[in-house]
Design a protein around this ligand. Structure first.
Ligand code: AVJ
Length: 327
């Protein structure tokens, strides 16, 4: 959390947040590239996390409910087979899905150890409190961390442990970054541990594009919220009304791209970065969401020293739950 500092100006007190230097550096680098780009982790302030929760309930957004059904179908058998005693969840969010896993662990008589890892402090705190209440006896040890940086799993976990990375969030990573993340997970694993990953699958383009262009405009609000996060954290002066939501499937790299398109020529000031110029129609790419198949997952796993142990998908082939072990 950035510190609050106070500055005295002609008798008046102005409180401002010191911008996080890493965020400032990332934003400066991303916005000076030919294709302006911002990391998707900046969607998730408290409001952004709420908007994402709303997305997961949209009729067009098939991912969350499909994954949930897969978890409900497969977790009880997997947990009993592995004898899982700890759950480490990367990018835990509201932990709605973790409940399915934790319930399965509880049904198999394990007290359990749960480590949610997330960038959003407010969601993490709320989630930890709720889970402690709903799962008495469960040890909950949240870690506030940015999984796109160096994440470290606790050393002394009751084993076997399950490392879960759900929701299809692996899709947000460019392949080299995805491989780095998977390699770090693999390094934290013991041979008896398992990795569980949710992946959104390649399918009819119309179906995928609809999931990122919902009729109610929730995804558009989620996308624009990133500019409010920047205004709040860095004191920039983005006018959200002058950027429109764009999401399309990019077939060469099998991914959704989300952009914010400047609707006019304009100038935006970011203290510590400077004045940015936008041509009319120029965009900031705010997210990629790569879609996979068994071959592309096998390739990522292989490069990270993991191998696919099981692959479960729904009848329509919308989404998959994959387990991996050290190769
Ligand atoms: C949370 C990264 C899996 O890529 O589908 C939802 C985020 N972006 N709608 C995704 C998101 C726009 C989501 N992930």
């Amino acid at each position: 959390m950035p510190e609050i500092s106070t500055k005295w100006t002609s008798g008046a007190v102005a409180a401002y947040r010191q911008p996080d230097p890493r965020m400032l550096a990332e934003v400066a680098a991303g916005l000076s590239a030919p294709q302006k780009e911002l990391p998707p982790k900046y969607f998730y302030d408290h409001r952004g996390s709420e908007l994402f929760e709303e997305i997961t309930r949209l009729p067009e957004y098939y991912q969350t409910r499909t994954e949930r059904t897969l978890l409900e179908t497969w977790m009880p058998a997997l947990i009993s087979e592995l004898g899982t005693r700890s759950l480490i969840e990367l990018g835990a969010g509201s932990a709605a899905k973790s409940r399915v896993i934790l319930s399965a662990m509880r049904r198999h008589g394990r007290t359990g150890f749960y480590v949610p890892i997330d960038v959003s402090a407010s969601f993490l705190t709320l989630t930890a409190a709720r889970l402690r209440h709903d799962f008495p006896g469960l040890a909950v040890e949240p870690i506030l961390a940015d999984i796109t940086e160096d994440f470290t799993a606790p050393q002394e976990l009751p084993r076997p442990a399950l490392f879960a990375f759900l929701g299809g969030t692996i899709g947000n990573f460019y392949p080299p970054a995805a491989i780095r993340l998977l390699s770090r997970i693999r390094a934290a694993m013991s041979p008896s541990d398992r990795f569980l990953m949710g992946v959104d699958l390649r399918k009819d383009v119309g179906r995928i594009e609809a999931a990122y262009n919902d009729a109610q405009g929730v995804t558009a609000a989620f996308n624009r919220n990133m500019l409010l996060v920047l205004n709040h954290e860095l004191g920039s002066d983005f006018d959200t009304e002058r950027f429109s939501h764009l999401a399309f499937y990019e077939p060469v790299n099998h991914r959704i791209e989300m952009h914010l398109v400047s609707t006019t020529e304009q100038e935006v000031r970011i203290p510590g970065v400077g004045l940015l110029h936008f041509a009319e129609g120029e965009s900031i790419r705010t997210e990629i969401s790569c879609k996979h198949d068994a071959a592309s997952v096998a390739e990522l796993f292989g490069a990270a020293g993991l191998r696919i142990e099981s692959w479960r998908s729904d009848r329509e082939g919308l989404f998959a739950l994959v387990t991996g072990v050290q190769a």
